[in-house]
Design a protein around this ligand. Structure first.
Ligand code: PGA
Length: 241
């Protein structure tokens, strides 16, 4: 694994966007694994800038998002469908038909999970997977657990995640309790993984992921076994390394 340290969250975003841009330039029909949350926003801003400046062409790019809340309407302003449109898709020349975010409202959740993993495989697999990390070490919505789950699945969110995401909703009771998430196997199948972390509140999760046991209690710890993973960290999130 490689770890790169930066002074600011903006620089983390520029570094991640540079690596994603290089991927798209080298392979214009790249398959991107995308993430939501506050951390990737500077990355998306830089990708938008490169696209608007004529440097990047997303017309043949395909994307799969990591996760989505269950039982939240897709047009709810806090859905990850909305987030992706607002923060990236509406500002670049990606074909909406080439973007997929898991359907958290599927009547048949098992069928949606299976079809999501199948669609990634049929697209040829993910070339570059962008990840944030939860304060509890989660990646996607793979919460601390006794096992690593391989494929796309339904997750009960932990209290720590509900509290972390409460800031986006009017009250804690409005935060969805379940989500649909790529599994650890689907994430680890990506050919390259970029994990981004910014802020001191991620320092313990980063310490546990880098130095702790490889253990599903810190789901991100498994990334150390991936042959091509890069952690892009600001100094605050790297404060315990
Ligand atoms: P954040 O979320 O970027 O909003 O901190 C990251 C995560 O929970 O994976």
């Amino acid at each position: 694994m490689q770890i790169h340290l930066y002074d600011s969250a903006a620089q983390v975003g520029q570094a991640a966007a540079t690596l994603i841009a290089a991927q798209i330039i080298a392979k214009p029909d790249s398959v991107l694994g995308l993430a939501t949350g506050s951390t990737p926003i500077p990355t998306y801003q830089e990708l938008i800038r490169l696209c608007k400046g004529g440097v990047l062409d997303f017309s043949r790019v395909r994307s799969f998002n990591l996760d989505e809340y269950c039982n939240l309407p897709v047009d709810h302003e806090q859905s990850y469908h909305s987030f992706m449109r607002q923060q990236l898709f509406d500002h670049i020349n990606i074909d909406p038909a080439n973007t997929r975010v898991p359907d958290g409202n599927a009547r048949d959740q098992a069928a949606e999970c299976a079809s999501y993993d199948t669609a990634i495989n049929q697209a040829g697999g993910i070339d570059i997977q962008l990840l944030g990390i939860g304060r509890n070490g989660h990646i996607g919505f793979n919460e601390p657990a006794d096992t690593f789950v391989y494929g796309c699945h339904i997750v009960n969110l932990t209290q720590s995640t509900i509290e972390a995401n409460r800031r986006f909703f009017e009250s804690e009771s409005d935060v969805p309790r379940q989500a649909i998430s790529l599994g650890i196997g689907s994430i680890m199948n990506a050919r390259r993984i970029l994990l981004l972390a910014t802020g001191a509140d991620k320092a313990e999760a980063i310490r546990a992921a880098v130095y702790g046991d490889i253990n599903p209690k810190t789901q991100a710890s498994i990334l150390r076994t991936h042959p091509n993973v890069i952690f892009l960290l600001d100094k605050a999130s790297a404060g315990l390394l």
